[in-house]
Design a protein around this ligand. Structure first.
Ligand SMILES: Nc1ncnc2c1ncn2[C@@H]1O[C@H](COP(=O)(O)OP(=O)(O)O)[C@@H](O)[C@H]1O
Ligand SMILES: N[C@@H](CCOP(=O)(O)O)C(=O)O
Length: 362
């Protein structure tokens, strides 16, 4: 699911009349995603041209922003996507209305039209080293292009937020009925609580790791691929910039090493397993990245701590959402335990050693 606010064909048609994009042929709600309401708009008869390919772009994405994204921060996100699109990156380019404004209102919500990106995200089991290499290179290009976008947005889910998130998890866990799930929740919260102080002490600063604009949620579901020659996957686009912020560039790498470089199925709910770090994926991801932007020594040294921190971030937000979302809700809850295991994996000496070696290789 993610359509929290319905939009009828006539409402969308009226909204589109304010844009120079042609008329509305049809509107389809998009089931994927969790944060906002998204719709695919099919246009006729004079579709706008795609900036990258020059081909007719007969489809647009309409996003209505729900509670999680702060309205006063929307111009920052829109500005970043515009900036990256103008730099030639395959990201959802915001479409301005006839008055030159990108942000409008529909159904009482802030609304944005963006260009449709072709391709599909890679499902579990379909991630290859070659896809990781492409991801690394595209991420580095994003970081380089982002350097000339100067407004800043703080990372609301960085280390400064973790203590508070964990406290809220403890508070909610306190009201859970006792049972095997509450034991698993307590074990995970304990693991996070043990790792947190050390992580905060070791956290690197901008003196050793360059800062800039980061996507901060480059998970496989936010990266589109098309099929290239001989069945290979070519990266076709990156979406969902609503966690983007200004932070250490290597934060994005650490998130991707968590999200793309383990062999467990992402949805698994497991406690006490041993996460299987995929060295080939990590090597390809880092090589792809460094082909565009080589890491500095401070980043290589900080990679294990940053990877533990990224695991902590997703452990905590998922645990928070797990406890806050009733089991019967329409949104599928994501497993926080997977990230407990990944946090432990990035604490292991063998994985730390591999990261140090891979980080140095350009
Ligand atoms: N620019 C785009 N081009 C093509 N599909 C898109 C685009 N933006 C969003 N989508 C579709 O909408 C879905 C949800 O988008 P996403 O930004 O991840 O939503 P949310 O912010 O709610 O998590 C994606 O999985 C994709 O199918
Ligand atoms: N990637 C995050 C959740 C954010 O969901 P998205 O649909 O907005 O990408 C996670 O996996 O926990």
């Amino acid at each position: 699911m993610a359509v929290y606010t319905p939009v009828s064909t006539s409402q969308a048609g009226l909204f589109l009349a304010g844009y120079d994009v042609g008329g509305l042929a049809s509107i389809q709600p998009i089931a994927e995603g969790v944060e906002n309401s998204n719709f695919l708009l099919n246009l006729h008869p004079t579709p706008i041209r795609d900036a990258g390919t020059g081909k007719e772009a007969g489809r647009l994405i309409l996003t209505l922003f729900e509670k999680r994204v702060r309205t006063d921060e929307l111009p920052w996100f829109v500005g970043l996507m515009r900036h990256l699109a103008q730099a030639g990156m395959a990201v959802p380019a915001p479409v301005p209305n006839k008055a030159g404004q990108c942000l409008g209102r529909l159904q009482g919500r802030p609304a944005l039209l963006t260009r449709f990106l072709r391709g599909r995200s890679l499902g579990a089991g379909a991630i290859t080293p070659q896809a990781c290499h492409e991801l690394g290179a595209a991420m580095a290009r994003l970081h380089v292009a982002g350097q000339s976008y100067t407004p800043e947005r703080a990372n609301a889910l960085g280390p400064g937020s973790w203590q508070g998130l964990l406290a809220r998890c403890h508070e909610m866990a306190h009201h859970q009925p006792t049972g095997s799930e509450s034991q698993a929740v307590a074990a995970l919260a304990h693991l996070a609580g043990q790792a947190l102080p050390g992580l905060l002490v070791q956290w690197p600063g901008a003196a050793s790791c360059p800062r800039g604009q980061v996507h901060a949620d480059l998970f496989p579901d936010n990266v589109f691929f098309t099929e290239g020659a001989e069945g290979s996957s070519r990266l076709a686009g990156m979406i969902d910039f609503y966690f983007a912020c200004t932070d250490l560039l290597a934060w994005d790498i650490a998130i991707a090493l968590n999200a793309w470089c383990f062999d467990e199925p992402e949805g698994a709910v497991s406690v006490g397993g041993r996460a299987l770090f995929n060295k080939d994926h990590a090597q390809a991801l880092l090589a792809g990245y460094q082909a565009v932007r080589p890491l500095v020594a401070g980043e290589v040294a900080a990679l294990p701590v940053l990877c533990q921190g990224a695991a902590m971030r997703f452990l905590l937000t998922r645990l928070h959402d797990w406890l806050a979302t009733p089991p019967g809700a329409l949104v599928t809850r994501k497993s926080p335990w997977v990230y407990g295991e990944r946090l432990q994996a990035f604490q292991r000496a063998d994985v730390v050693a591999v990261l140090r070696v891979l980080g140095k290789r350009s």
